[in-house]
Design a protein around this ligand. Structure first.
Ligand SMILES: [Zn+2]
Ligand SMILES: [Zn+2]
Length: 224
C-alpha cells in the first residue's frame, strides 16, 4: 500500500468540494478560489496535484469530482471538524461564534481513534453546533428552507447556518450577539425586496439582515 494522507491544504479543499457537491452545485476552480480565498493560479496548481494523487478527477468541462478515496477523506475531515466544534462548545465552553474557527485549526491533527472517542463522549451528534449535517445525515435538514424564501409575517424556528456562513467571523459574531441561533424562534417583521433586507423579530428584539445572509440561514416554518 502506498496510501498517502491528505495534507491540511488538501483536506480543506476536499471539505469545500464535498459541501458544494452535497448542495448539488457544479464545482470549478474559480468557485474554490473564492471560497478558500486563494489565488486562481494557486488553486490550479493544487488541483493538479489532487488529480495526480487521485483525490479528485476533472472532466472536459473542468468540473471537479471527488474520487471514492477523496470522498472518504472529505467525510473524515468534516466529521473531525464537527466533533471538534462540539467539544469546544460543550466541554470547553468556547462561544458558539468562535468554535468553527478554532475547530478548523484542530481538525487536521485528530486521529481516527480519537475522533471515535470524541463521538462517544459527545453522544454521537448528527448536526454540528450550527445545524449543519454530519456526512450521511443530510436528510435531517430536508424540511428546512433558506430564510430568503420566507415572507413577511411568517414565523419560524432557526435551524441552521450554512457552512459557508460559518467561515465569516464577523457574521458569526453578529448572529450570536443578536440571538440568530439554532433553536431560536421568531418571525419576519419586514421583508423589503427592493432593499434586499429582512427585519426579524427574535426575543423581543429586532435584527436586520441582507438577502445574502438570508440565503445562508435555514429555518423551519411554524404556524403562528
Ligand atoms: Zn464549522
Ligand atoms: Zn458547524
Amino acid at each position: 500500500m502506498n496510501e498517502i494522507n491528505p495534507t491540511p491544504t488538501v483536506e480543506d479543499y476536499l471539505g469545500v468540494i464535498y459541501t458544494l457537491d452535497r448542495d448539488g452545485e457544479s464545482i470549478i476552480g474559480a468557485k474554490l478560489s473564492e471560497l478558500l480565498e486563494v489565488s486562481a493560479p494557486t488553486v490550479t496548481v493544487t488541483l493538479k496535484r489532487m488529480v495526480r494523487d487521485q483525490w479528485i478527477t476533472m472532466d472536459e468541462k473542468k468540473e471537479i469530482h471527488l474520487t471514492k478515496k477523496g470522498s472518504d477523506a472529505a467525510i473524515s475531515i468534516i466529521r473531525k471538524h464537527m466533533l471538534s466544534e462540539w467539544m469546544l462548545s460543550r466541554i470547553l465552553n468556547v462561544p458558539w461564534s468562535q468554535v468553527h474557527e478554532e475547530a478548523h485549526k484542530m481538525e487536521h491533527s485528530i486521529s481516527s481513534d480519537v475522533a471515535e472517542k470524541m463521538k462517544e463522549r459527545l453522544d454521537d451528534p448528527k448536526l454540528c453546533p450550527h445545524g449543519n449535517p454530519f456526512p450521511g445525515f443530510e436528510t435531517m435538514t430536508q424540511n428546512w428552507h433558506p430564510l430568503l424564501d420566507m415572507e413577511q409575517g411568517e414565523h419560524f424556528i432557526i435551524r441552521r447556518i450554512h457552512e459557508f456562513g460559518e467561515e465569516d467571523q464577523e457574521l458569526m459574531s453578529f448572529l450570536q450577539e443578536h440571538n440568530v441561533l439554532p433553536e431560536q424562534t421568531g418571525f419576519v417583521k419586514e421583508k423589503l425586496t427592493f432593499n434586499e433586507t429582512f427585519t426579524l423579530q427574535i426575543d423581543q428584539a429586532t435584527v436586520t439582515l441582507g438577502f445574502k445572509t438570508a440565503k445562508l440561514i435555514f429555518v423551519e416554518r411554524i404556524k403562528s
